[in-house]
Design a protein around this ligand. Structure first.
Ligand SMILES: *Cc1c(COP(=O)(O)O)cnc(C)c1O
Length: 217
């Protein structure tokens, strides 16, 4: 199945970049996919998935976890503050921390629970007005405030502008992470995950190349 081909391409990209085998985590993005396609990827042994919508994920993963055992589910879509509580209990990682109000809410929830999902700060590297993410000029200050709140920030995440060459965006994200002492880099999708691995991605988010096209009907 496509999963095996994508895994092989990830291994090849790791080798080509002189990186250790297995240093890149494949997040299979299952949003909006028919359940049977998700089950097929679980049956093939994959255990790390990405979702964009809290409600969709909450309707799917409790059952699938009961059926297949421990599965890591990563939130990669915009997160409304009023859904943060559900998100903290459902997801193993949140890649879309993008504003002070959300960071503060997550910090309060983490304190109440004594644990917190792994967090990535989303950066709007293309400075697109319609896109979520902290602006590049605000990243260092925002990260400092997150650290001051004891949030477990693992790294940075970006979605390069459509139509742009992704590579400069990946390089910018890697540079911002390095200067802030962060090792996690969530970058690269179906069309550009190999370029992301060359630029240092630790987490690639691949949907349609594994599951086929999404039908939003
Ligand atoms: C949907 C989505 C993906 C996966 O996109 P594909 O092009 O299908 O691989 C990756 N990251 C984010 C943030 C997404 O919303």
């Amino acid at each position: 199945m496509a999963l095996a081909e994508i895994s092989a391409r990830i291994s090849a990209a790791e080798r080509a970049a002189g990186r250790a085998e297995g240093s890149v985590t494949l997040i299979a993005v299952s949003k909006v996919q028919p359940l049977e396609r998700v089950v097929a990827v679980l049956e093939a042994g994959h255990r790390i998935f990405g979702e964009n919508y809290v409600q969709e994920a909450a309707g799917k993963w409790p059952d699938l976890r009961a059926r297949f055992g421990a599965v890591e589910v990563h939130m990669i879509g915009p997160l409304q503050t009023n859904k943060a509580k559900v998100a903290v209990d459902l997801f193993d990682a949140i890649h879309t921390v993008d504003r002070p109000s959300l960071a503060e809410k997550l910090a309060r929830l983490a304190q109440d629970r004594g644990r917190c999902p792994a967090l990535f700060v989303q950066v709007n590297t293309g400075e697109e007005p319609q896109k979520a993410g902290v602006l590049p000029g605000d990243v260092d200050g925002f990260l400092a405030s997150c650290i001051a709140m004891d949030l477990p920030i693992r790294g940075l995440m970006c979605i390069p502008p459509e139509g742009d060459d992704s590579t400069p965006h990946f390089a910018t994200l890697a540079e911002m992470a390095a200067r802030n002492g962060l090792t996690g880099l969530s970058m690269g999708m179906s069309g550009d995950f190999e370029a992301a691995i060359a630029a240092g991605a630790t987490h690639v988010r691949v949907g349609s190349a594994i599951f086929g096209a999404r039908n939003y009907g």
